[in-house]
Design a protein. Structure first.
Length: 119
């Protein structure tokens, strides 16, 4: 299930970040963006939560399903290494965090309407 973090702008909630549970396998992990989702609130961020930010370089559009985003785990490990973090930390992550704008750019579609939320 996708978790969506919203920021308020001019009285409207705009989806900014997507959090997903990592399903560590080899190669890539796929997530369909048109699956059920729930809101992720500010108070759910805490010191014990282990989140790995996924860069746009690690995201690709699935060639068989236009609403599926793929996360390249090899690229994520490289990104961690460049940041001075041992790649094994990938196994301890509670969530992967992706920017909604990165997902929209990679999928070449606007998703804000799908992820509407009430203030």
């Amino acid at each position: 299930m996708l978790r969506v973090y919203y920021e308020e702008l001019d009285g409207a909630l705009l989806p900014q970040k997507v959090l997903v549970r990592p399903e560590i396998e080899y190669g890539t992990i796929k997530y369909d963006v048109f699956t059920p989702f729930e809101r992720f609130y500010d108070d759910e961020f805490h010191d014990e939560l282990k989140i790995i930010t996924i860069t746009q370089a690690a995201l690709t559009r699935d060639i068989f399903n236009e609403t599926t985003i793929s996360v390249d785990l090899d690229q994520v490990k490289k990104d961690l290494y460049v940041c001075g973090i041992h790649p094994d930390q990938l196994l301890e992550a509670d969530y992967f965090l992706m920017l909604m704008s990165d997902i929209e750019e990679v999928l070449q579609m606007t998703l804000h309407q799908f992820f509407k939320a009430e203030v």
